[in-house]
Design a protein around this ligand. Structure first.
Ligand SMILES: NC(=O)c1ccc[n+]([C@@H]2O[C@H](COP(=O)([O-])OP(=O)(O)OC[C@H]3O[C@@H](n4cnc5c(N)ncnc54)[C@H](OP(=O)(O)O)[C@@H]3O)[C@@H](O)[C@H]2O)c1
Length: 262
């Protein structure tokens, strides 16, 4: 066997050179960490979110690190919005090889106070947008023989937690969607997997994160002894997006410091 350099080996396993990625929620938190990591691994990456200032800052940050990214303003709270965002992203970077569904909302009213509007808004962004984007991009990926769909669910897909009823339901649905996508397009080179965070210190948790006692108690529930940070998702996303993860599909992979096994 000829000697292979460490660099060549790592590139053959994980390089995303020549790939195109769309990351929803790419302007903040977990989505931004994943978008940055995919871009640095070689993928031309479109970031989709509503607020343009944050999107532009995110793109500037990725470009300053030496990678290529494009801002695509879009609102995923309706099916038409998701369809429009998909086409805008394709105009910006072309058809994607990699789709990351990280955009999400957690409105948190307990079930007693949960009305139709909160239910619909939660399902719209967290579940229906990944469905619409999957229908737009999954079959096209399959026809090209390669595709990677990575969705971000939550430990709340598996257990009730701090009374945020609709949120956990939407995330449980998202994990089911990924399994169906894996089955539908698996034989044609498309994988669909889910990353399952525990408690991650991002803007989504601003309110909870301002209570040091709660933050400490949540860290104590992990086995690692700390809460998550967005960069904990950077490596696993590149791996799932790469050719080396071709035989991993339909999985919900906890990235939670052991929260789910404690
Ligand atoms: N942080 C945690 O502890 C945790 C735990 C479990 C699961 N998660 C999941 O991880 C994912 C990322 O969360 P995060 O913590 O990184 O949150 P974050 O920092 O609040 O980021 C959320 C992203 O989603 C975008 N977004 C929200 N609504 C949108 C809409 N209608 N259309 C388009 N984009 C929209 C936001 O941008 P705009 O507001 O500008 O649109 C932002 O880029 C979410 O799906 C969340 O449910 C997070």
């Amino acid at each position: 066997m000829t000697a292979v350099s460490v660099r060549a080996h790592l590139e053959s396993l994980f390089s995303l050179e020549g790939r195109t990625a769309i990351v929803t929620g790419g302007s903040s938190g977990i989505g931004l960490a994943i978008a940055t990591s995919l871009a640095l691994a070689g993928a031309t990456t479109a970031l989709v979110a509503r607020e343009e200032t944050r999107l532009d800052d995110a793109v500037r940050q990725i470009r300053a690190a030496g990678a290529e990214a494009v801002a695509v303003p879009g609102d995923l709270s309706s099916r038409d919005g998701a369809r429009a965002a998909a086409e805008a992203a394709v105009l910006a970077v072309g058809e994607p090889d990699i789709l990351v569904n990280s955009a999400g909302i957690n409105l948190r009213p307990p079930l007693d106070e949960l009305d139709d509007d909160v239910w619909d808004a939660t399902m719209g962004v967290n579940l229906e947008a990944p469905f619409v984007l999957g229908q737009r991009f999954g079959p096209a990926m399959a026809s090209r023989g390669f595709g990677r769909i990575i969705s971000i669910s939550s430990q709340q897909a598996h257990r009730a937690f701090v009374q945020s009823g609709a949120y956990g339901v939407s995330k449980a649905g998202l994990e089911g969607l990924a399994r169906s996508q894996a089955e539908a397009w698996g034989e044609r080179g498309v994988t669909s997997n889910v990353l399952v965070p525990g408690f991650v210190l991002t803007a989504l948790n601003r309110r909870l994160a301002s209570d040091p006692e709660r933050v400490e108690a949540l860290a104590a529930r992990t086995v690692v002894g700390r809460n998550g940070v967005a960069d904990d998702f950077a490596g696993v996303a590149v791996w799932l997006a790469s050719t080396s993860a071709a035989y991993v599909t339909g999985q919900s992979i906890a990235v939670d410091g052991g929260f789910s096994v404690h």
